[in-house]
Design a protein around this ligand. Structure first.
Ligand code: AGP
Length: 631
C-alpha cells in the first residue's frame, strides 16, 4: 500500500463520480454498481442514461443513489448494453433533479455527464439560446449536450463531435456522452479532471476512477490531458482534441489495489488523498472567478456593490479549522480594504451581544454548511440587520441557504474528519472576498488586484512543490510518536497557522498541542519550555516584514536556549533561521499574506503521520464528527 505519497500511475479523485459502459452485460446494472463504489466520497444527486431500442432513456434524482433506485423501480429503464451514470457534487446550480446529470439535448438523443467547471458556459448558453435551444437547468454541463447534438447532426460521429465541442470549452472538465444513433459507443474527453478506461474482454468501461470498474477488470488506461476516447465493445480509440491518434501517449497500467484502497485513490486514508488533492482544490476554487484582465468576477456574491460600498465592519464567524481560516482572512481584509474586521468563534458570538447593523458584513465560513454554532451565529446576525455572506464547500447546505449570498469553495467532497483541502480553499475564498471588497470599494485597483490574483494563481503549483518534499516531515513525525506535548508558535498570519497545526495534532494524535502567538512567549508560555520539548515555529517571509521575521528568530533562540527541540517552517533560502533550527522545513517563497497556503501543508502531513505512528484511526478520530450539527 502506498503511504502518503501519490502511488505511481495514480490520478486524484475529482469532485463527481462518472461511469460509462459498453459490452454484453446490462449497462444499467454495471453503471449503478460502479456509482455505488464511488458514492463514499459524498455527492448530492445521481443519474443514469441507457441506449436501447434505437433510443435513449434516462433517470436522475437529487439526493442519494437510493432515491434514484426508487425512481427506477417505479419507472424502469429499457435494458441496454450501453450506458453512462453520474454522482454529482454540485458546483454550478443547487442539488436538484433538474441539475442532476445526465443532461440531454432537446430531442433527447444525446446524454452527457460532466465533472469539473466549464468557465465559458454562460457565453455558450447565450449562443445556444439564440439558435433556439431550450436549456432547463442552471448547470454549465447542459450546454455540452446541446453542442454535441448540433455538431453530431452535421458530422454524424460522436467522437468527432466531442473533439469539436471540446475545442470550444474553457476550464477543467471530464465529459462522457452517448448518442442514440450510435448504440454501441461511449465517448469520453478529459481536460484536467481524471478519466480512466477499464479494458475488459468484449466490454469496456470509463470512470472517474478505477474503483468503479475493478470488480470487472484491472487493466486500465489513464487518459492524458486534452484527449478523447471512443469506446466500443472490442475497441478503444484515443486521440487528441485535434484528432491526432494518441496511441504512443496512452498510459496503460494494471491496477493492483483492492476496491477499498481504490476508493482512497491508492492512499492509506482519505485524509492523505485529500491533502494530495489540495493543488487541484485551490486551482478549482480560483477557476472562473478571474477575468482575462486579472479582475475578479464574483457575480455569484449576490450582495449589491452599493451595499458592499457602505460596509463599515466585517465580522467573521466560524468554528475550528474554519475559524483559523477566518483569523487569516482578517489580516487580508483589513490590509486590502481598510475595513475593520473581527473574527469570532461562532459559539461565543451571539452571547456577547455583538454590535451589528445593516452596514455590517458577516462572513460565515463552513465546509459542511451544517455546523449549528455557525448557523445560529448567522441567524442572530441577520436578525440584527447584518448582511451575511457564506463561504461553504457543500452546495445547497443550510448555511448558504440561510445567508444573503454564498461563495462556494470547490474542494470537492472532504471525507476525513480532519479538514485539510477545505481549509486551503477557505483561505483562497477569503482572499478572493477581500480583494473583491477592495475592487468594489476602489481601495484596490485592477492592476493591484490583478498582481495578487496572479500570485494566487501560482500557489497551486507551490502547494504541489511542498507535497513533493514531505518525506523528512514524515520521518520527524514518526520520531516524536512517544512525545506527549508539542507547542506551535507563529506571528502575524503564522499565528493562526500555528493554531491550525495544534488543532490537527489534537484531533489526530490525541496529544496535548497548543498554539501561541510567538510574542506571547514571555507573558507565560515560555515557562512550558523544557529539555527536548518539540516546538514548531512558523516563520514569516524575511522579505515583506523583516522586523517580524527578526523577532521570531529571537523567539526561536530563546526557546532553544531553554532546551526546546525547534522545528522551523520557513521560506526556502531563509538562512537566518538555519542555525537555530533542529529541523528545518522549507516552503516556497510567497507574498506574506499567502504564506498560510504553503506553511499549513507540512503541519497537516506531520499530524497525520504522527497519528499513524501512534496507531490511531486517521479518517474518523475518536469523539469527533465531520459536521457538528448540535450546539
Ligand atoms: C477541523 O479539522 C475539524 N474537523 C473541525 O474543527 C471543523 O473545522 C469545524 O467543526 C467546522 O466545521 P465546518 O467547516 O463544517 O463548519
Amino acid at each position: 500500500m502506498t503511504h502518503g505519497r501519490r502511488p505511481p500511475g495514480r490520478t486524484l479523485h475529482p469532485m463527481c463520480g462518472i461511469v460509462g459502459y459498453v459490452g454484453g452485460q446490462s449497462a444499467l446494472d454495471v453503471v449503478l454498481a460502479g456509482l455505488r463504489r464511488l458514492e463514499y466520497r459524498g455527492y448530492d444527486s445521481a443519474g443514469v442514461a441507457v441506449l436501447a431500442d434505437g433510443g435513449l432513456a434516462a433517470a436522475k434524482k437529487a439526493g442519494k443513489l437510493a432515491n434514484l433506485e426508487k425512481e427506477l423501480a417505479g419507472r424502469p429503464l429499457p435494458s441496454g448494453a450501453t450506458g453512462i451514470g453520474h454522482t454529482r457534487w454540485a458546483t454550478h446550480g443547487g442539488p436538484t433533479d433538474a441539475n442532476a446529470h445526465p443532461h440531454l439535448d432537446n430531442p433527447g438523443r444525446v446524454a452527457v455527464v460532466h465533472n469539473g467547471i466549464i468557465e465559458n458556459f454562460a457565453a455558450l448558453r447565450a449562443e445556444l439560446a439564440e439558435r433556439g435551444h431550450a436549456l432547463e437547468s442552471e448547470t454549465d454541463t447542459e450546454v455540452v449536450a446541446h453542442l454535441l447534438s448540433e455538431v453530431f447532426s452535421s458530422c454524424g460521429d460522436l467522437a468527432e463531435s466531442m473533439r469539436q465541442v471540446c475545442r470550444r470549452l474553457e476550464g477543467a472538465f471530464t465529459l462522457v456522452a452517448v448518442h442514440a444513433d450510435e448504440p454501441d459507443v461511449v465517448v469520453g474527453a478529459r481536460r484536467n479532471s481524471p478519466l480512466v478506461v477499464g479494458v475488459g474482454d468484449g466490454e469496456n468501461f470509463l470512470a472517474s476512477d478505477v474503483a468503479a470498474f475493478i470488480a470487472h477488470t484491472r487493466e486500465a488506461i489513464e487518459l492524458g490531458q486534452d484527449q478523447v476516447v471512443e469506446l466500443r465493445r472490442d475497441r478503444v480509440t484515443v486521440t487528441g482534441f485535434d484528432g491526432t491518434p494518441a496511441d504512443d501517449a496512452v498510459r496503460a497500467y494494471h491496477v493492483d489495489w483492492d476496491a477499498s484502497a481504490a476508493e482512497k485513490g491508492g492512499y492509506d486514508y482519505f485524509m492523505l488523498k485529500e491533502i494530495a488533492e489540495q493543488p487541484r482544490a485551490v486551482a478549482d476554487t480560483l477557476l472562473g472567478r478571474i477575468d482575462a484582465a486579472g479582475s475578479l468576477t464574483l457575480d455569484e456574491v449576490r450582495i449589491p456593490a452599493s451595499v458592499l460600498r457602505e460596509v463599515d465592519k466585517v465580522v467573521i464567524v466560524a468554528c475550528g479549522t474554519a475559524y483559523h481560516a477566518g483569523m487569516i482572512a482578517k489580516y487580508a481584509i483589513e490590509h486590502w480594504t481598510r475595513i475593520p474586521c473581527e473574527t469570532e468563534l461562532a459559539s461565543e458570538f451571539r452571547y456577547r451581544d455583538p454590535i451589528l447593523d445593516q452596514r455590517t458584513l458577516v462572513i460565515a465560513i463552513s465546509q459542511s454548511g451544517e455546523t449549528m454554532d455557525t448557523l445560529m451565529a448567522l441567524r442572530h446576525a441577520r436578525e440584527q440587520g447584518a448582511n451575511v455572506l457564506a463561504i461553504c464547500n457543500t452546495n445547497g447546505s443550510t448555511i448558504p441557504r440561510e445567508s444573503d449570498a454564498v461563495l462556494y469553495t470547490h474542494a470537492g467532497p472532504e471525507v476525513a474528519v480532519a479538514s485539510t483541502k477545505a481549509f486551503l480553499t477557505q483561505l483562497v475564498a477569503c482572499y478572493l472576498v477581500a480583494l473583491y471588497l477592495g475592487q468594489v470599494r476602489g481601495t484596490k485597483w485592477g492592476d493591484e488586484v490583478g498582481s495578487v490574483v496572479r500570485e494566487l494563481s501560482e500557489i497551486a503549483g507551490e502547494v504541489e512543490e511542498v507535497l513533493e518534499t514531505m518525506e523528512p516531515v514524515r520521518e520527524l513525525a514518526r520520531s516524536l510518536a512517544d512525545k506527549n506535548t508539542v507547542l506551535f508558535l507563529g506571528r502575524h498570519v503564522g499565528y493562526p497557522v500555528a493554531l491550525e497545526g495544534a488543532l490537527k495534532l489534537k484531533e489526530l494524535a490525541y496529544m496535548h498541542a497548543e498554539g501561541f502567538a510567538a510574542g506571547e512567549l514571555k507573558h507565560g508560555p515560555i515557562a512550558l519550555i523544557e529539555d527536548d520539548l518539540p516546538v514548531v515555529v512558523v516563520v514569516p517571509s524575511p522579505r515583506g516584514r523583516s522586523v517580524l521575521h527578526d523577532k521570531i528568530v529571537s523567539n526561536i533562540q530563546e526557546i532553544r536556549a531553554r532546551g526546546a527541540r525547534t522545528i522551523v517552517i520557513a521560506e526556502r533560502g531563509d538562512e537566518a533561521v538555519r542555525p537555530y533550527a533542529d529541523h528545518l522545513i522549507e516552503v516556497p517563497p510567497t507574498p506574506v499574506l499567502l504564506q498560510p497556503l504553503v506553511a499549513t501543508v507540512p503541519l497537516q502531513v506531520f499530524a497525520c503521520e504522527l497519528a499513524t505512528a501512534r496507531g490511531n484511526e486517521v479518517d474518523q478520530p475518536r469523539n469527533l464528527a465531520k459536521s457538528v450539527t448540535v450546539e
